[in-house]
Design a protein around this ligand. Sequence first.
Ligand code: B12
Ligand code: SF4
Length: 441
Amino acid sequence: MTTDCYQAKALLYSAKRWSSDVLTVVGGHHPTLSTEEFFEPYIDVIVRGEGEHTFNELLTSFERDREKRGFAEVSGIVYRDGDGYRRTAARSQSTQLDTLPMPAAHLVEHYRKHYFFMVAQPMASIFTSRGCSFDCNFCAIWEFYERRTRFLSAEKIADQMARIKEPFVFILDDNFLTNRRRLEELYQVLKERKIHKYWMTQGRTDFVAENPELIAKLASVGLMGLLSGYETNDEESLVELRKKSNKDKNVRAAEVLRANGIVSTGIFLARPEFDEQDFRDLYSGINSLGVGMPIVTILTPLPGTEMYKRRQQELITDDLRLYDLLHSVLPTKLSREEFYRLFAMNGNETAPSLFQGLAPKVLARRWRFWLAAAPNYPRFAWRWWRYRRVHYDPRSFLRDEEGLLRRFPKRETAAAQPVAAPLPVEKSEAAGKPVRLQVLP
Ligand code: B12
Ligand code: SF4
């Protein structure tokens, strides 16, 4: 992710220092959408787009000849060779998700008990579709997946769920609620195969509002939480963001979810141009919805998005750690102090929404889930307490950005600087020994 960029670089830098024989490879959203950011002397290969086949072919090629550092035959990458960086042919995305290998979940067996989402722990995660057919202008999902959506069949989803030992499952899809037929089939197959999991996912409010019967069916086979971008209740802003939904659908969706005892995690946007009244309107809009878990983030042009391209000149920092949706990387209309003071109030100000969305009668509809999650309540309370101390305090946001709010001169890209010179990283004497991660300058 964009926010993880420097940590990923630090890791690769350390690997290269450990031994220059190491082949360093990076991939994921940020390297795909901001490839040049990773043109560094200690990074050999940048994988663009989906990685399953690319990584496999890359390793096979490397295995064949460990001295060779050219990978012209592997599509979907940018790699370093003596003359600079070379981009290979684009890789077409896997059209049949069913043919991809199942995740080798046993490799993370040791950590699995620690995975959680709110009170649900241990929680496994699965991916059942890729892409989104909408094109909101602040989101890069449709760019990353090249405007296509591909689906795992209902039968394959059930297979994955059946293999999972954890009682709780997060379905990571960006827009799970999108193919009605597949969802009807999933309902049937989970029922017939008696697969009982509590699962959470992400989906749009318009789908929920328009398909209440289907949502009720999915709730009956375990749908327990839904993360949705409500964004705002202001019609004009919804149009401007190209959300293609409206306020009435947001209201109806929150009702449908409550009626089924599903926890609605609603994402809302505070915009840098907000004044005090705008914050008040946002918070009262959230409270009028009655969303169980309202989350307010700051509108951020993430690299790769249409919004980024449009507003790039306005950005006041290039420091990617601040692109976490909790800091304003655009100038704020209010002073920074006032902006964060009003932003940090969101937890307290939207409490009425939470009380409505998690009212006893809503929880009672799915009491089995709340009972199953009960052993995790103390852990959750502790996490929430720690989170609260940071996120309810405007000073924490100001401290984070101290010294980072200026425009950094754009670096010349490595494409313009051939890397014919030998790697500046010599084979370390410590090869084979563990190294301490170093923070890059
Ligand atoms: C689950 C999820 C979360 C979870 C778990 C995050 C985690 N740390 O594991 C939670 C809820 C905690 C979360 C939090 C956040 N998230 Co999030 N999250 C996701 C989501 C829905 C799925 C991620 C996932 O596991 N995908 C499954 C894997 C297999 O897919 P993948 O990462 O794309 O990997 C494939 C390729 O990219 C490639 N690849 C990836 N890495 C590598 C490495 C190598 C070496 C190779 C060869 C290939 C390769 O191969 C893989 C297989 O094809 C994505 C959306 C998405 N569609 O991916 C958003 C997403 C990644 N999140 C996003 C954001 C913004 C955030 C937050 C900043 C939001 C916030 N303010 O809280 C935080 C940051 C937290 C952090 N730093 O860890 C953005 C990132 C955008 C960006 N430019 O970076 C995304 C893309 C959503 C979006 N709509 O834009 N997130
Ligand atoms: S914000 Fe949601 S609906 Fe909009 S493009 Fe991104 S994933 Fe799709």
